[in-house]
Design a protein around this ligand. Sequence first.
Ligand SMILES: O=P(O)(O)OC[C@@H](O)[C@@H](O)c1c[nH]c2ccccc12
Length: 273
Amino acid sequence: MTTETTNRMDLAFRRLKEQGRTALIPFLTVGDPDLETSLAIIAELEAAGADMVELGVPYSDPLADGPVIQRASARALKGNVHLRTCMEAALKARKAGSQLPFILFTYYNPVLQMGLDTFFAELGNHEISGLIIPDLPIEESEEMRRRSREAGINLIPLVAPTSSERIAKIVNDASGFVYCVSSLGVTGERSSFHESVDRFIETVRQSTDLPVAVGFGISTPDQVARFAKISDGVVVGSAIVRKIEEVIVLLQDPAKRAEGLLQIRNFVAQLRP
Ligand SMILES: O=P(O)(O)OC[C@@H](O)[C@@H](O)c1c[nH]c2ccccc12
């Protein structure tokens, strides 16, 4: 008997499995170029067929991010968008009718600045289904996992190709899905992937009953299709953030905004596995 879950993300993955489909999981930096535009972009991602979305909290020292997301973070920080504003964006998007499961993506420092009690109290009120904290120290992850579980939120573990002997430990009592990082280094579109990536993903799949998603470097329909065959979800970030950057002038011109939004929708729709 599976425990009855009300978590939107879990329900989405269950539905996708029934349909034999792989999730398309876009990432965007919230507040790039501004909060209101991010809300409009989330609606476009949903219309384009996204199954859930990673809401990136801009941060001044995004160590794991390549130049595209670093520039997006800098633009969003100029607009004074921070952790709480990103949570509020999730709630606003929900109130505007979005059905997407929201995954809050943040580095650890903004969470520490807010304080864990406040953070988890607020998470529960903001329609967040999942949480990714790429630089969460292992020694802190036990408490974060406990608090996430109590809040009914999935703390999603990242597994890198170098984690091989720690995979079982990392995915043990995880929830939501396991995020396989396809490549070493930072985020950013890649033209190719290490030959061992398929075997790495298969190893992770063997070590958990949770859905397994792949991200890092995936930016074209062929790459999405390739990884969709061997996973339950594909994450695309930098390629979408770059598209937002490319149309940013249109987005900021009321007369051309709809055109800019349509270009984002079309770009994401052609990625859908
Ligand atoms: O940008 P890419 O190469 O498509 O990778 C996904 C990535 O954007 C998103 O999941 C993410 C953004 N910042 C991160 C830092 C670490 C791990 C993952 C991420």
